[in-house]
Ligand binder design. Structure first.
Ligand code: SF4
Length: 335
């Protein structure tokens, strides 16, 4: 039987896709790992996408059209304010579009109903999807170990942590081979000499579109010990129940549940400061006001529009922020 690839625009209950015999492909990952993501953005702007539109949406549209995905699963609630318009555009281009809506108020019954509807439209059911939840438990546990090796043992760098956790939205289409590669990586990482950074940062918000952000931070002796959203994509609080697992996922619901989780994690990981990554033209930027009110740590906003490198102006701001954190830390350490 030919492979049935389904493009996904955000993290979804991927167990349902595996149960239906589909291969999920996270279009965000496909876009950002392309050799020329900026070229993809420019190409769709030439086709009529407005400049003042999120580059991730442009990238998703670009790879979905270029790679001829016949079917696409779009999260229409709980991900992005632009996805309904995107779904119309892709439907008009001939793609079969499935929709999935996370209930804003985390209502369990509604989430189960949405999952059942998706399962039914793909030709499976929630019992089969729950079997897949059990099959994915060991790989998710290993991703948890990778995360611990980042913030407890300093053997996994923040950028490596990001790479693995982000990839868990679709397990690169093949959980078995993903797990084998992860085993190899963990075997090597466990043997490393710890590299403790001078400062412990959390990177909150959507995954950054900037290729060298972690490199720049490393030159300033600052390490990312929490990648907030990528960690969420790996379902760190998964249980044996599908609905419980996706209700614990903090990204798609109200921000208060997310901030509870963030507050807990930054305390547990003894984070010194937060870099809040925001994407230009993204509605989620507004949430930063509440993050600042709630989290008692210095926060620097890092905003970018297009794929590329950290600008000189941003480097200067990062240096100043990190210097300020280091000074605060040393005066605290000195009593
Ligand atoms: S960064 Fe914001 S606007 Fe862009 S796709 Fe993500 S949620 Fe949507």
């Amino acid at each position: 039987m030919p492979e049935r690839r389904i493009g996904i625009t955000a993290t979804v209950p991927v167990e349902i896709l595996f149960a239906a015999g589909c291969t999920p492909v996270d279009l965000n990952n496909l876009f950002i790992n392309d050799p020329d993501p900026l070229g993809l953005v420019s190409a769709v702007e030439d086709q009529g996408f407005p400049q003042s539109y999120c580059a991730w949406i442009k990238g998703i549209y670009a790879v979905a059209s270029r790679d001829r995905f016949g079917e696409i699963l779009i999260v229409t609630q709980g991900d992005c304010s632009n996805t309904l318009a995107l779904s119309e555009l892709l439907a008009a281009r001939g793609l079969i579009v499935y929709k999935f809506a996370y209930p804003y108020d985390r209502q369990p019954g509604q989430l189960v109903a949405e999952m059942a509807k998706l399962a039914d439209s793909l030709g499976t059911d929630l019992n089969e999807a729950t079997d897949w939840l059990a099959r994915l438990a060991s790989v998710r546990e290993k991703l948890g170990e990778l995360d611990n090796l980042t913030w407890q043992e300093y053997k996994v760098m923040g950028e490596e942590n990001l790479k693995w956790l982000v990839a868990s939205s679709d397990f690169q289409g093949n959980p078995e081979s993903f797990e084998r590669k992860l085993d190899e990586f963990l075997n090597e990482a466990r043997e490393r000499v710890p590299k403790k950074p001078g400062l412990r940062l959390a990177l909150t918000g959507v995954p950054p579109i900037l290729g060298d952000l972690y490199e720049v931070l490393a030159t300033l002796d600052a390490g990312v010990v929490l990648n907030e959203m990528p960690r969420q994509f790996s379902m760190p609080d998964a249980t044996g129940n599908l609905a419980e697992t996706y209700l614990a996922y903090t990204y798609p619901y109200d921000i208060f549940h997310r901030l509870d989780n963030l507050e807990r994690e930054v305390k547990r990981r003894k984070v010194d400061g937060i870099l809040h990554y925001v994407q230009s033209f993204c509605y989620r930027q507004l949430g930063e006001m509440l993050m600042r009110e709630r989290i008692d740590l210095p926060i620097l906003t890092v905003e970018a529009d297009r794929p590329g490198e950290v600008s000189d102006a941003m480097k200067t701001r990062l240096e100043a922020f990190i210097e300020m954190l280091k000074m605060g830390k040393s005066s605290f350490d000195n009593g």
